[in-house]
Write a protein that binds this ligand. Structure first.
Ligand code: PLP
Length: 404
């Protein structure tokens, strides 16, 4: 009989690279976080993250996934299955493209800002033939221009569009655009980035005949970053069966097969599912219509007071977003310096502009867990700091910032 020889090795001392010299962990002071995502998470939802982790293949997780999926279908206003992936919004863009199209296929990208451009760019990287219909930053897609351009560009397999463009604070009239696209090309796949609109601004996926819509957890859903949700209707599933772009992690078919067993193809972030579960419950308790009305009020409030301060809005007023407001800084003031001052002195955190608007505009996020009183503080601090920077606010028009 052969005996198995066992040897124990002890790690030789001195072979490890030294531990890193890092800054000590410190508490981050409370902030009034008003960037257009991630957005503040209600304390009760944050507390869910502290619950013990469970088996993602067990019955408890299945119960959560079943509930979350049904509630997400309601939020998307669809009967289609809603797939959740551990990913951010950009993952949603990539996931939609790789499941719908084949190399060389022609798609039209309607872009009104930074995130529309990103969507088009990803499509190009995957070898699609992308025709962009670009509108100036600050404006929504114009229906007459769109109609003419779509006519010229036919045939095309899909249309990519952004519901709410977070870089410019503009909301496209999605319902009207969907009707227009469908009239021109009944078979086109209408693919909507709803990252900064879903759960805040009305979107009725089935009623508006949208083929694919996706969002991310950290925007309007009262949840921390980390989850991406995507709904695909019947036309999209048919297209998916023929689509030849490579995919594995984001493969819808795999995700759907797992969902039928109330599981995930990979290890899901179970703690985030606890958070999303409660967040959706809170949203449904408030009511979707009530949430839309609250966001309308938030948008109106910010726009009114930013104008009263004497600043100018970037977004065309007919399409200004109710989840993010974009503001020009006046001559001689650098938006970055203003934002640093607000963060360091007032703990008010706003976002810089993106792309060519960096340093020229700032963005105030008002989506998800947000009330007028949060914005009252933001606008007051803004007014004070602007005055220190030599900007003379016109308070006569408003008599100051209205309380809630
Ligand atoms: N699409 C839109 C409309 C967005 O606002 C964002 C992010 O703000 C993205 C896509 C990309 O999302 P993420 O940064 O989560 O990848």
């Amino acid at each position: 009989m052969t005996r198995i020889q066992t040897t124990t090795t002890t790690h030789e001392r001195g072979t490890l690279i030294p531990p890193p010299q890092v800054e000590p962990r410190t508490a981050i002071p409370a902030q009034n976080l008003r960037i257009p995502g991630p957005t503040p998470v209600p304390p009760a939802v944050l507390a869910e993250l502290a619950r013990p982790v469970i088996n993602h293949r067990g019955p408890e997780f299945a119960t959560i996934l079943r509930r979350v999926t049904a509630r997400l279908q309601y939020v998307f206003q669809t009967n289609a299955p809603v797939l959740t992936f551990p990913a951010s919004g950009t993952g949603g863009q990539e996931c939609a493209l790789v499941n719908l199209f084949s190399p060389g296929e022609h798609v039209v990208a309607i872009t009104i800002g930074h995130f529309g451009n990103r969507f088009a760019q990803i499509a190009e990287r995957y070898g699609l033939q992308v025709s962009r219909i670009a509108f100036p930053w600050g404006e929504a897609a114009d229906t007459a221009i769109l109609e003419a351009r779509l006519h010229e560009l036919a045939p095309y397999r899909g249309v990519l569009l952004t519901h709410n463009e977070t870089s410019t604070g503009v909301t496209n009239d999605l319902q009207t655009l969907a009707v227009l696209i469908r009239r021109q090309n009944p078979d086109a796949l209408i693919v909507v980035d709803a990252v900064s609109s879903l759960g805040c601004i009305p979107l009725e996926m089935d009623a508006w005949d949208i083929d694919v819509a996706f969002t991310a957890s950290q925007k309007g859903l009262l949840c921390p970053p980390g989850l991406m949700m995507l709904a695909a209707g019947p036309r999209a599933w048919e297209a998916g069966a023929q689509a030849r772009l490579p995919r594995f992690y984001f493969d819808w078919a795999r995700a759907r097969r797992s969902l039928e067993r109330m599981q995930h193809p990979v290890t899901p972030p179970v703690s985030l599912f606890y958070a999303l579960d409660l967040a959706l419950e809170m949203m449904l308790a408030e009511g979707l219509e009530a949430i839309f009305v609250r966001h309308q009020h938030l948008g109106d409030y910010v726009r009114k007071h930013v104008r009263a301060i004497g600043l100018h809005l970037l977004a065309d007023s007919a399409h200004a977003s109710n989840t993010v407001t974009t503001v020009h800084v006046s001559e001689g003031i650098d938006a970055k310096v203003l934002l640093n001052t607000l963060r360091e002195r007032d703990q008010v955190v706003l976002a810089d502009g993106q792309g060519h608007l960096s340093g020229k505009i700032f963005r105030i996020g008002h989506m998800g867990s947000c009330e007028v009183r949060d914005l009252f503080t933001v606008l007051n601090c803004l007014q004070v700091r602007l005055k220190e920077f030599g900007f003379h606010a016109d308070t006569h028009r408003s008599g100051g910032i209205a309380r809630w």
